[in-house]
Write a protein that binds this ligand. Structure first.
Ligand SMILES: [Fe+2]
Length: 412
């Protein structure tokens, strides 16, 4: 390893191109330019080896020429990087930072070792992230009640917030109990995560008979398990329901893990699965002053073939208009889907109690309810929507804050 010309001895680590906190779990022992300087081979104190491209390092350098240190956003775009850029030398300075000099001249760049290790893409490494948390699929046999947390101090308690949100990522549903019985509380809790998504039903909506017509939800009718707002290009990722007045006898909640349901269909009836993943089912809302429409398959797969979204709402289905020879198979597949969705072995059933606040992934978990008798007792759920990305952002910030506190207490 040669000495980088012009490099200075530092005692502080350089900034990173973000606001995250990076633990240093290993030191960089050596850095060797290889492949004519197009790649830098780093050897770490724990034996790990990273091979990082010169163009990638230059793109992510956090020096002032490359990065606005105030916003931590890039000042330049990729065309500012010489297409033949090479690394001429690399060393580790007194602070433990990697110092790289470039074939194209200019000042050397310093890299934070914790940041480099976290973002090292060698050996298909992917850094830990809430978006990578694997879901655990369930049915009524394997999970009888949602994961439940004491929500009495949810507006202040970050630990409960993190536990509740992680459970929503894993199971698609999690419940808080003892949430303050206050009109609008569901939005205040949701804003602990991120912005509420306002829709034509308002910022919050009241699931109660006296809300008047506008949706079957605002009646005492039973509701087949469904997802909300499939009529939108982007179906809401999260839905929250806060029970302000409970009906003890009836109107029970019914929840179904759509991912589990889809996997059952994939195994038991591949032709139905094929239809559900390809047929563009139209949906439309029926309202006096709005007219939302969207076409999408009931099951959406990600690029690895995993189910990542379910759109299934019987009461918003619009007339099917696919080619003639696909109609009967499309109906056969949809019938199978809802036979399974209404099978008691799939449905988690429980009674809402006053103070319950259920958070769900509306693109994964279907929700429904039993009919109830509005003349006997009131039933009032208040709900709102938000997005998966807000939840993931909040989990990352909670983790960042925790690391920040840990690093501060270490330095004290
Ligand atoms: Fe609904």
């Amino acid at each position: 390893m040669s000495t980088a010309p012009g490099s200075k001895r530092h005692t502080d680590l350089p900034p990173t191109p973000d606001f995250d906190v990076y633990e240093i779990t290993a030191r960089i022992e050596s850095g060797e330019p290889v492949q004519g300087g197009r790649v830098l081979r780093l050897t770490w104190s724990d034996g790990h080896v990273s091979n990082l491209h010169a163009v990638w390092l230059r793109d992510n350098a956090s020096d002032a020429a490359n990065l606005n240190l105030e916003t931590r956003e890039a000042r330049t775009d990729v065309t500012a990087i010489a297409s033949d850029i090479q690394i001429t030398s690399a060393e580790v300075d007194d602070a433990g930072a990697l110092v790289v000099t470039w074939s194209v001249g200019g000042p050397a760049s310093r890299f934070h070792p914790g940041w480099l290790r976290h973002h090292d893409y060698t050996n298909d490494h992917r850094a830990a992230d809430p978006a990578e948390i694997a879901p655990i699929l369930w049915d009524a046999v394997t999970m009888r009640e949602p994961p439940t947390f004491d929500g009495s101090d949810i507006l202040e308690n970050d630990e409960t917030l993190g536990d509740w949100l992680r459970a929503i990522v894993v199971y698609g549903i999690a419940r808080l109990t003892g949430v303050t019985n206050e009109d609008g509380m569901v939005a205040r809790v949701t804003e602990r995560i991120g912005p509420v998504r306002t829709t034509n039903f308002g910022r919050v909506f009241n699931v109660m008979v006296k809300s008047g017509p506008g949706s079957n939800a605002y009646t005492a009718l039973p509701l087949t398990p469904h997802t909300d707002l499939p009529t939108r290009e982007y179906q809401p990722g999260l839905q929250f329901l806060h029970c302000l007045e409970a009906s003890s006898e009836d109107g029970h909640a019914r929840y179904v893990d759509g991912y589990k349901l889809c996997e059952r269909i994939r195994v038991h009836d591949p032709l139905a699965f094929e239809s559900l993943t390809t047929t563009l089912w139209p949906t439309s809302n029926r309202a006096v002053d709005t007219d939302y429409r969207w076409r999408a398959p009931v099951i959406h797969l990600d690029r690895n073939g995993r189910v990542d979204e379910v759109r299934a709402t019987p009461f918003l289905r619009a007339p099917l208009d696919v080619p003639f020879d696909q109609v009967e198979e499309a109906y056969r597949a949809l019938r199978l889907f809802f036979e399974m969705a209404t099978d008691v072995k799939q449905q988690m059933k429980f009674a809402y109690r006053q103070g319950d606040l259920v958070g769900m992934d509306n693109r994964r978990v279907l929700h429904g309810r039993d009919a109830y008798d509005p003349s006997r007792e009131n039933r009032w759920l208040q709900g709102c929507y938000s997005e998966r990305e807000e939840l993931l952002s909040r989990l990352r910030i909670l983790e960042r804050n925790k690391l920040h506190r840990q690093s501060q207490s270490k330095s004290e």
